[in-house]
Design a protein around this ligand. Structure first.
Ligand code: GLU
Length: 480
């Protein structure tokens, strides 16, 4: 290992502000966060905005909002490093490399390069830069002038041998140096390429561990050459395998993956996403699957991240979300879902609702009033006459009921409890000589309009006396 053990760990998340953070980006950020916090280190944010054509206005702020909401804010979140503010610094380092003969100015025109490319392709060769400008003199003064006018600068890559990336997740990965092009590090518009900017910044930020997606693995040998050219200690690298969708295709914006803020808007909970995403590639080495952020910080190890790609599974994400939704207390549910009566929100705590929005839709529908056909009121082992008797019996009891003190829902002074309602409904069954299906079933349908729903007692508590009376009257009307 390149880093000594007693050094403070500093990781970073380095998104390009070209849009929202999706599941993949969130996982990269989370793993970098967990790894640093596991040893009390820092987690830093850097905005990589050097590709000016792909910038999306406001996305840097939305990236910060996403990290905040997930609860994994960067330590420098109020003042992240922003690459476009550092052009002078990249230029200074580029001149340093030119001066030491590690990089050179390339004066080839676009047309020349294009011609070269076409000729190589015609011959069946992989297109590469001919290195024509590699032997140009590296006079600092002339170089400075050329850079001022806008020149391209290339890095001198070794022409033979192997470059070995010692990756913390995938071990030693070998690259054949002769196959790597002399990479452009500074563009004629004065902006650095990703390679130069990322190495300079990781060095200046004191990054000890670069944790990023494996799409950057092929760039890493170029980065190693840059570290060497500067004479800097390189960080450790950990490249995370990609996340696939259900069809085993790369998970992408186009293939169903929503942005983190879209999940938020749809009623997903940050703790559910964190828990779910943590398991995309990380193996806790136990049967346990529920982890809060603090526990993840404690348990997370890079060596338990596997090389094989993780597969995104919406059903499992919903499972986690339902779990964490069920765990919310009434006050939290009011925040998340809306100002419904406590007894109504207790229905959500019983589970069965994948997201806060689904739960809200359910309660909205429940309070708006059921729509159903009269035949649904009659239980399969019952008949119209018995059903009517049951409903009328319950209506009579409830209308006259004054409730009791303590527990349950307070509806204009009426206090209901589960037990009280149970004994009212059972009392009707007994007195009228009916079966449970003649009473409990139609009351439940009258209140919910559904074949399957929470129990009649839960619905009565949730809706309160006034609504219950009205809906049972409507049901009687439908049958009558
Ligand atoms: N800007 C790159 C991205 O958005 C980051 C690459 C890196 O972490 O080095 O994926």
């Amino acid at each position: 290992m390149k880093q000594s053990n007693n050094i403070k760990v500093i990781t970073r998340f380095a998104p390009s502000p070209t849009g929202e953070i999706h599941i993949g980006g969130a996982r990269t950020a989370l793993f970098a966060y967990l790894f640093s916090k596991h040893s009390g280190g820092d987690f830093l944010l850097r905005i990589e905005d050097t590709d000016r054509e792909r910038l999306v206005e406001g996305s840097d702020q939305r990236i910060i909002d996403s990290l905040n909401w997930l609860g994994i804010a960067a330590d420098n979140q109020n003042k992240p490093m922003i690459q476009s503010e550092r052009l002078d610094i990249y230029k200074k380092y580029t001149l340093e490399l030119i001066n030491s003969g590690k990089a050179y100015i390339c004066t080839c025109t676009k047309e020349e390069l294009e011609k070269e490319r076409e000729a190589q392709i015609k011959k069946g060769l992989a297109p590469r830069y001919s290195k024509k400008c590699r032997s140009q003199i590296s006079d600092l003064k002339i170089s400075e002038e050329l850079l001022e006018k806008g020149a391209t600068v290339r890095l001198k890559m070794p022409e033979s041998g192997k470059i070995i990336v010692d990756d913390l997740i995938r071990g030693k990965v070998e690259f054949d140096a002769s196959l790597l092009d002399d990479q452009i590090i500074l563009k004629s518009d004065g902006f650095p390429t990703y390679h130069l900017a990322s190495v300079v910044d990781d060095h200046e930020m004191g990054i000890t561990h670069v944790i990023r997606s494996d799409e950057w693995l092929p760039s890493t040998p170029k980065h190693l050459v840059l570290y060497q050219a500067f004479g800097w200690q390189e960080p450790d690298f950990a490249h995370l395998s990609m996340i696939l969708d259900a069809d085993k295709k790369k998970l992408s914006k186009r293939h169903g993956a929503k942005s983190i803020l879209e999940y938020k808007e749809q009623g997903y909970l940050a703790e559910a996403l964190i828990n779910y995403i943590s398991l995309l590639g990380w193996n806790p080495k136990s049967e346990r699957e529920l982890f809060g952020l603090e526990e993840l910080v404690k348990e997370f190890e890079l060596r338990n991240v596997h090389v094989s790609p993780a597969v995104f599974d919406q059903v499992r994400l919903d499972f986690f979300n339902e779990h964490y939704l069920r765990e919310k207390n009434i006050e939290e549910l009011k925040e998340l879902i809306g100002q419904y009566p406590d007894e109504a929100l207790k229905l959500i705590q019983r589970g069965g609702y994948a997201t806060a929005n689904i739960a809200r839709d359910y309660l909205d529908k429940l309070f708006k009033g059921p729509e159903y056909g009269a035949s649904l009121l009659v239980f399969k082992k019952s008949n119209r006459e018995a059903t009517l008797r049951g409903l009328k019996g319950v209506l009579g009891e409830i209308k006259g009921d004054k409730g009791e003190q303590g527990g349950g829902r307070d509806n204009e002074g009426i206090v209901w409890t589960d037990e009280r309602l149970q004994s009212i409904l059972s009392g009707v069954v007994e007195r009228e000589g009916l079966s449970n299906g003649d009473v409990f079933w139609p009351v439940r349908v009258a209140l919910s309009g559904e074949e399957k729903s929470p129990s009649p007692l839960e619905l009565m508590l949730a809706l309160g006396k006034d609504v219950v009376v009205k809906r049972i009257e409507e049901a009687i009307g439908k049958l009558g």
